[in-house]
Design a protein around this ligand. Structure first.
Ligand SMILES: Cc1cc2nc3c(=O)[nH]c(=O)nc-3n(C[C@H](O)[C@H](O)[C@H](O)COP(=O)(O)OP(=O)(O)OC[C@H]3O[C@@H](n4cnc5c(N)ncnc54)[C@H](O)[C@@H]3O)c2cc1C
Length: 303
């Protein structure tokens, strides 16, 4: 009799290349942390994604679509379910004048570079954000006063029944490092409207922001970007700094000495090390400043 693993292998045309069981998720996160996913599958077309949604409504196995794992902490126990990565047609980009149609799997640094070469302004800030478009939509990723949602005209999502739904900018409910897009089975792509401009000016701005980022934030060591959201009118990094927590270490996880809002995996840190350090920081900052820090990094595989 067919079990869910057999059924899953019928979704993609070349399961030997794009489907794996017992896949270490540490390979798919910027933190380099996390146990195994029961299954990992790379989906490359809308038809395959629709088949996956139908599979999901038939079999009682959790499904999590991930991007480039740059805002993700995966449990040491891994994920009892299927991790999905969008590739191929679902990562393509098309330019029509100043209107861009981009798949959720497309990497942000590539988007930023391609737009600068096309003389289109609006995503210069994204060169230093190592995520994909889907993750940037979910998180409303941003830097230097710009957010991804600012350039989005509409977002295409797939619901649990496999139907494609087009949401307007307003329906996506973008807010600071959050959106209403979590509610859907999968973010498929988006339409962006950018401003035509001069290639050299755009490229200089993009490279300047990248340089500023890599000199003020850790960029080489494994991490997941900012661990905490900035509280209204303040910066989480400043609060962590004034509490004297830079360099504080639990197990293999350490608060960056360059920027207090980054936790680094310096020496085979576990997800437990990271969560213990997060709790330590939250308690200390609360005790010394009265402010409760909320985490920005998403979690997968925790009960
Ligand atoms: C060195 C470094 C620097 C960073 N700098 C910044 C910065 O300046 N500004 C900023 O905002 N962030 C920053 N980040 C964090 C991160 O890059 C962004 O949040 C990014 O947008 C996450 O994209 P991702 O593809 O990696 O998402 P992931 O981490 O893979 O996923 C994030 C969440 O979205 C979900 N998800 C992802 N794709 C889909 C999809 N297609 N459909 C449904 N759900 C999906 C996942 O399940 C998860 O819950 C940084 C991270 C690092 C490591």
């Amino acid at each position: 009799m067919m079990d869910w693993k057999d059924a899953l292998s019928t979704i993609v045309t070349d399961p030997n290349a794009r489907l794996r069981f017992g896949e270490p998720l540490s390979k798919h996160t910027h933190f380099g942390i996390g146990g195994e996913a029961e299954a990992y599958i790379e989906v490359s077309t809308i038809d395959e994604l629709t088949a996956l949604a139908h599979f999901h409504s038939k079999w009682d196995v959790p499904v999590a679509v991930i991007g480039r794992g740059s805002n993700l902490l995966v449990s040491d126990k891994g994920f009892k379910g299927i991790c999905v990565k969008l590739i191929g047609e679902l990562a393509e980009l098309e330019v029509d004048g100043n209107v861009i149609t981009v798949g959720a799997g497309h990497p942000l640094p590539s988007l930023s570079k391609l737009m600068s070469k096309s003389g289109l302004s609006g995503v210069e800030f994204a060169l230093g954000i190592p995520g994909a478009v889907g993750g940037a939509l979910i998180m409303n990723a941003g830097a230097w006063g710009s957010s991804f949602g600012d350039v989005v005209t509409d977002v295409t999502v797939m619901d649990e029944t496999g139907e494609l739904v087009k949401l307007t900018h307003d329906e996506a409910n973008f807010e600071y490092r959050n959106s209403g897009l979590n509610a859907y089975f999968c973010i498929v792509g988006a339409t962006l409207t950018l401003q035509p401009g001069d290639v050299d000016t755009i490229t200089t701005l993009m490279n300047g922001l990248f340089k500023q980022k890599t000199t003020t934030q850790p960029f080489v060591e494994e991490n997941a970007g900012c661990m905490f959201k900035n509280p209204p009118g303040d910066s989480a990094g400043r609060l962590i700094d004034i509490c004297g927590l830079k360099g504080h270490r639990i197990g293999g996880a350490e608060v960056s000495t360059v920027h207090g809002n980054f936790i680094l995996n310096l020496d085979n840190a576990t997800a437990s090390d990271v969560l213990d350090l997060v709790a330590y920081i939250q308690n200390d900052v609360k005790e010394k400043t009265g402010i409760s820090l909320q985490t920005e990094v998403k979690r997968l595989g925790f009960d």
